[in-house]
Design a protein around this ligand. Structure first.
Ligand code: 5AD
Ligand code: SF4
Length: 450
């Protein structure tokens, strides 16, 4: 009797750059490819298929892609000499924005696929392997992508859930409206159905994702969608990223005061503190408008912690205008933040503006801003000491006898306890804090009873 040999599993190496949307998309690509026998490998050198899920938001992110392609070339050549193939696929926003350019500059790339075409990956990869000559697939709609991707296999108690893609805001520095296209909201019913599946599989915390998540309008307002999701029993915590200040509607702000499943932590990018710069950025709000939203959020939810994005050295930014950003940070105070040097992106209006700021000036401003933001982040964490926080248990801690979890404010928490299960929400007294995480000990009883 001849023994049947099982087919060798095919190996997939994936590298993800950029935002949470890309992290989510990478997971979905992995799900689409799993039925074809692709299993993840951590090393590119033994991969049959490589996918670089790329980011185009700043120049540095784009450069990384070309240097990574260069490194892959050597692996591909070595495998070819051993009679094995390696299909190199470039996905994500660089693929969308520079598809033709990639093909010209990097002949070792077999396939270039934009963010709306991931559901077509199996077919595209099969065609690329047969060398039918097509190397570029970018133009599908967000609707098709949402409809066609398979059911999720979450691997933990927290999950991202994409509800919206694209952006119509056209901030003058940003490539997203060009790479991710026009704003598209997924229908409410399909979001609720996916959230139910996640809850059934043990997910307790859902983070709704979208480039302009609070601009959602898929048959209801964003606040109504949050309200509907909060009715799902297994879901204990809800977050959302990334929001635009002008979409912080009255009902959404009110919900932060009334819906306890909505976590008291909000990422709300402001970008700059100067009204002249905000106008040049086409942000559609001024500094007073942003401060007013924060005041109203704090009125309904006094413990809400804030996070933001900042750009320093936007074209024409004067020292005194940068100082207005610093003052806004001092006035609002943030629990965490991302801050960047302005990076001119080809094709965006700001790239052609006069008064580009020198690299030295940008670096100097960024250093000053980050020093202030890091001080605020550390102070926020230190302020938690002696507080008792409800912590969602997500896994093992650093030390034996420890667990790891997440606080309502998205802090990472290592705490003493070995009884709690992943997905439990337990009460932990905070005993230590650093810039990036907290440590504590679990209370035997809930705080009311303790
Ligand atoms: N230069 C620097 N930072 C940028 N961002 C977007 N485009 C640029 C750019 N051209 C930042 C913004 C945005 C975050 C995702 O990236 O702060 O909120
Ligand atoms: Fe880019 Fe502005 Fe849209 Fe955010 S709101 S994705 S910064 S254009």
């Amino acid at each position: 009797m001849s023994e049947q040999k099982r087919p060798e599993p095919k190996r997939l190496f994936m590298e993800t750059y950029g935002c949470q949307m890309n992290v989510y998309d990478s997971e979905r690509m992995r799900d689409v490819l799993a039925p074809l026998g692709y299993a993840i490998t951590e090393k590119p050198d033994d991969a049959d298929l490589v996918i670089l899920n790329t980011c185009h938001i700043r120049e540095k992110a784009t450069e990384k892609v070309y240097s990574e392609i260069g490194r892959l070339r050597a692996h591909k050549e070595r495998r070819a000499s051993e009679g094995k193939g390696m299909t190199i696929t470039i996905a994500g926003c660089v693929a969308q924005a520079e598809g033709e350019e990639i093909m010209r500059r990097a002949p070792e790339v077999d396939l270039v696929v934009g963010p709306q075409a991931y559901h077509k990956l199996p077919e595209l990869i099969a065609r690329a392997a047969r060398k039918t000559g097509e190397r570029l697939a970018a133009d599908f709609t967000a609707q098709e992508k949402f409809d066609a991707l398979p059911a999720r296999a979450p691997d933990g108690v927290t999950a991202f859930l994409s509800i919206q893609e694209g952006c119509d805001k056209f901030c003058t520095f940003c490539v997203v409206p060009y790479t991710r296209g026009a704003e598209f909201s997924r229908p409410q019913a399909s979001i609720i159905a996916e959230a139910r599946v996640l809850a059934d599989k043990g997910v307790r915390e859902v983070t709704l994702l979208g480039q302009n998540v609070n601009a959602y309008h898929g048959g209801s307002t964003f606040a109504e969608l949050l309200d509907a999701l909060a009715q799902i029993e297994g879901i204990a915590r809800i977050r959302y990223i990334t929001s635009h200040p002008i979409e912080m509607t009255d009902d959404l702000i009110a919900l932060h005061g009334s819906e306890t499943k909505l976590m008291p932590y909000l990422h709300l990018p402001v970008q700059a503190g100067s009204d002249r710069i905000l106008k040049a950025m086409n942000r559609k709000h001024d500094s007073a408008f942003y401060r007013d939203i924060i005041t109203r959020l704090r009125a309904v939810r006094p413990d809400i912690a804030l996070s933001s994005d900042f750009i320093v050295g936007f074209p024409g930014e004067k020292e005194r205008e940068f100082e207005e950003t610093m003052q806004l940070v001092r006035d609002v105070t943030f629990a965490s933040a991302f801050s960047f040097k302005y990076s001119p992106r080809p094709g965006t209006p700001a790239a052609a503006m006069l008064g580009q700021v020198s690299e030295e000036e940008k670096s100097d401003r960024l250093a000053r801003l980050q020093k202030l933001l890091f001080e605020q982040q550390t102070a926020f964490n230190l302020a938690q000491i002696d507080r008792v926080l409800p912590v969602l248990v997500t896994g093992k801690g650093r030390m034996p006898g420890q667990k790891h979890g997440r606080t309502p404010y998205l802090q990472s928490m290592h705490f003493d306890d070995d009884a709690a299960q992943n997905g439990d929400i337990v009460y932990v007294r905070v005993v230590g804090a650093s810039q990036n995480s907290l440590s504590g000990a679990r209370l035997a009883l809930a705080p009311e009873a303790a």
